[in-house]
Design a protein around this ligand. Structure first.
Ligand SMILES: [Cu+2]
Length: 128
């Protein structure tokens, strides 16, 4: 084998190994970023009250984190945002908003409701 060919194979060999490493690194980077998307924590979560219903009724937050909730009451009448599951109670005047902090929550499903309109105002927070 000529010196030039040996040099070429060495270069090819190195570049194949390098390609293999960079492919693996890319694949594991993707896995990590997918996991981060699932547990991504937002700065705050908003709930809107309209016609005595919550929007969104059900939403997901990361478990083990303190969560800031901003609740907008878009009805003209007051509502009491309440949960026995995460132990909070807050009256929100008509056309006002309120901020409450909940958690850190263990993984699970937590019921909340509007005490002044319990037949329509219900929702769940899922921690995972
Ligand atoms: Cu109450």
């Amino acid at each position: 084998m000529g010196k030039a060919m040996k040099k070429l194979l060495t270069i090819l060999g190195i570049s194949i190994i390098t390609a293999g490493i960079s492919f693996q690194a890319t694949a594991s980077d993707e896995v990590v970023s997918q996991e981060q998307e699932i547990i991504e924590k937002k700065e705050f979560y908003e709930i809107f009250i309209k016609d005595h219903k919550f929007t969104p009724e059900t939403f997901t937050v990361p478990a083990g984190e303190k969560i800031k909730l901003i609740i907008h009451n878009q009805d003209p009448t007051p509502e009491e945002f309440e949960s026995h599951d995460f132990n909070r109670e807050k009256i929100i005047s008509g056309n006002k908003k309120a901020t409450i902090f909940i958690g850190p929550l263990k993984a699970g499903k937590y019921h909340y409701f509007g005490e002044f309109n319990m037949d329509t105002a219900n929702g769940y927070i899922i921690a995972e």
